[in-house]
Design a protein around this ligand. Structure first.
Ligand SMILES: [Zn+2]
Length: 152
């Protein structure tokens, strides 16, 4: 068995702390609030976990920190903007999608910390397109980002 985390048909179980062949895992489904990453159950230890996109190696980053970031960003973003766009029109995964559309890459804490005023405004403009809603003020975007970073 290959130990290459990028090899196909191999998954990394964070509970067993090792790679295993696909036959050791049961695919449960996609998790929309975490940006449609896949959820698996390990048949060896019974742990249920979410797998990061293939562009990330679980060996190269703090796995739980990534998940915490995505859920904090999703929650703060939808909570801050819901009064403007309508509670029924926004879900936690929208933060992920809108950031991806705005900057062409997935959000992370370092990216949020480094956003300039101009970039925050790009994010605001993309929000207005995405929700088809005028009147999203820059302050809301700033608050959503600040509250996310404050939780990490
Ligand atoms: Zn396991």
């Amino acid at each position: 068995m290959s130990n290459d985390p990028y090899a196909k048909n191999v998954h990394f179980c964070p509970s067993c702390d090792k790679d295993g062949p696909e036959t050791d895992f049961e695919f449960i489904g996609l998790v929309p609030e975490l940006g449609n990453i896949a959820r698996y159950r390990c048949k060896i230890c019974e742990a249920v976990f979410e797998e990061l996109p293939p562009s990330f190696s679980p060996h190269q980053l703090n796995y739980q920190r990534r998940l915490d970031f995505l859920s904090a960003f999703g929650e703060e973003f939808s909570e801050t903007l819901s009064s403007t766009v309508g509670e029924d029109n926004i879900t936690p995964q929208d933060a992920y999608e809108i950031t991806l559309r705005t900057f062409g890459r997935e959000p992370n804490a370092e990216m949020l910390k480094s956003l300039s005023e101009a970039q925050l405004d790009l994010l605001r403009a993309e929000c207005q397109r995405y929700f088809e809603c005028d009147g999203i003020v820059l302050e809301k975007i700033r608050i959503a980002v600040a509250r996310t970073l404050a939780r990490l």
